[in-house]
Design a protein around this ligand. Structure first.
Ligand code: AHR
Length: 508
């Protein structure tokens, strides 16, 4: 099977914003406790931050890390988790029916973010929280001194403000599973007022409003129309989430989830365009895809996402009720999952003109590329590898492409055998191509044609592939699924292994 992609130096989609390669960590299971934070352990530093996790996260070179939720944030009182640790109260956490010890809070997160070199992106509670709590959190984090909350931060040992720039106005507020869930009209007003107050405290911040995420809900997109109309003058980004699940639809169909993601992003983009036209506005709102991943619900007793509608709680995991940091949602990812994540990463590149922030959800232990055990070991799951390759190489300007080639029949219609995108990195004088071969049985021939570049030469070929699509990495066998180097092809055509995700680096 043969596919030709034509890339032209002068026809570009846009630059890859550094925040397209971002992630997310929530007070959920062992994401924070036992993931980022494990005090008193030989493998943790004096603040209780795990050194092994810090060094893997640093290697990813992430843009922002979103915190503290997720569903968690909708009943979170950030004031419970500041100040001396022994005085902090334990609270009932409604999103995951757990006990929250509040031993890790906003100061700890901002300090951790500084250490690993990422920008914090903080979500405020617009479920059970007030707009005043939201503004006070901005004051606590960003105001220099001389007010109650800024002085309290200083008293708590943090002289310098954190200057957190990116703030989410709640999380998935369209879902009835959210504590304090609101109708679109009520959320729109609350988000607008929170936005005003937060920007009054700090005019430099950027705000992400909740767009809708769940296509099975009646509110999907109707929500965006109402919320955007009300909030347009005050916001900078619209959030949407996208998770795909392997629910037996067929391997090829699952692998082609990138097509659904592409459509999903397009829907949010259209909602923004609709609002702009309707309000005769010209606001260049960007999309913040602040949660995306494969999530196979290995630890959730639901058969499919549709059943989520109407649920008010996530009492659906393997945890007993009100456990402290239970090991929930610890998905074990396969090679097929990793290829699917890689395919969706290529789709993010195709959409960099509208997606400026995208957070792989999540970062550690919970539906995550990184897993820790209790003895100080860290494991890179299969999905870590395409994500790492994207964070490392997909920097620069995405080139538009035209494709001529074979496609494959699926129950969702035909999909191209090869899904690819190219990034031109001017500094390195390289064109970096990311290519998924969806033919599960046969290699595919890939022929890139470069216009305006002279004759670029393939200098590196990395591939993620293997015979067993269900192969996983484990603490005993951590390297079953990793990116491997292939000898770069000499000619104009490159053979991509069956069922593979590839990085091809061409020198200009
Ligand atoms: O990432 C897990 C959960 O998925 C988040 O808490 C929520 O925002 C989404 O439903």
């Amino acid at each position: 099977m043969q596919t030709e992609y034509v890339f032209d130096r002068d026809f570009t989609v846009g630059d890859v914003n550094d925040k397209v390669w971002s992630s997310f960590t929530e007070h959920l299971g062992r994401s924070i406790y036992g993931g980022i934070y494990d005090p008193g352990k030989p493998f943790s530093d004096e603040h209780g931050f795990r050194n092994d996790v810090k060094s893997v996260v640093k290697g990813l070179d992430l843009g922002v890390v979103r915190y503290p939720g997720g569903n968690f944030v909708s009943n979170y009182n950030w004031k419970d988790a500041i100040g001396p640790k022994q005085g902090r109260r334990k609270t009932m956490e409604f999103a995951w029916s757990s006990i929250e010890t509040n031993q890790f809070g906003i100061d700890d997160f901002c300090q951790w973010a500084q250490e690993v070199g990422v920008e914090p992106m903080i979500a405020v509670n617009l479920g059970t929280g007030s707009i005043r709590d939201a503004a006070e959190l901005v004051e606590y984090c960003n105001h220099d001194s001389g007010t109650y909350w800024s002085d309290l931060r200083i008293k708590n040992g943090h002289r310098e403000p954190y200057n957190v720039k990116y703030w989410c106005l709640g999380n998935e507020m369209e879902g009835s599973w959210q504590a304090g869930h609101l109708s679109a009209e009520d959320y729109a007003k609350k988000a607008r007022e929170a936005a005003k107050l937060m920007k009054w405290v700090d005019t430099d911040i950027k705000l992400v409003v909740c767009g809708s995420s769940y296509e099975m809900l009646d509110a999907y997109l109707e929500w965006d129309r109402i919320v955007l109309r009300e909030c347009l003058p005050y916001i900078d980004y619209v959030s949407t989430h996208y998770y795909t699940m392997n629910h037996g639809q067929g391997d090829l169909e699952f692998l082609s989830s990138w097509r659904e993601l592409d459509r999903h992003i397009g829907n949010t983009r259209d909602a923004i365009a609709f609002t702009n036209d309707k309000m005769r506005g010209k606001k260049d709102l960007k999309i913040c895809l602040d949660e995306w991943n494969v999530w196979n619900f290995q630890d959730i007793k639901l058969d499919n996402m549709e059943q989520l509608a109407g649920l008010t709680t996530f009492e659906l995991t393997s945890a007993g009720k009100w456990e402290q940091h239970p090991p929930i949602l610890q998905e074990k990812y396969s090679l097929l999952d990793a290829l699917t994540v890689g395919g969706m990463g290529i789709t993010l590149l195709d959409n960099v003109d509208s997606v400026e922030i995208a957070c792989l959800a999540q970062l550690i232990n919970v539906i995550a590329p990184i897993t820790t055990d209790e003895d100080g070991n860290v494991l890179k799951q299969t999905i870590y590898y395409p994500f790492e390759a994207l964070t490392q190489y997909a920097r620069g300007t995405v080139l538009r492409s035209s494709v001529h080639g074979d496609d494959l029949e699926t129950t969702m219609g035909r999909v191209p055998v090869i899904h690819a995108a190219a990034v031109h990195n001017r500094d390195a004088r390289e064109i970096r191509i990311f290519a998924l071969n969806s033919d599960l049985r046969n290699p595919a021939e890939f022929s890139p044609v470069f216009r305006g570049f002279g004759s670029p030469r393939l200098v590196r070929h990395l591939t993620l592939s293997g015979e067993d699509l269900q192969a996983r990495n484990t603490f005993d066998k951590p390297d079953s699924v990793v990116m491997r180097s292939m000898a770069p092809a000499d000619g104009a055509t490159v053979e991509l292994p069956a069922a593979s995700w590839n990085v091809l680096i061409y020198s200009e």
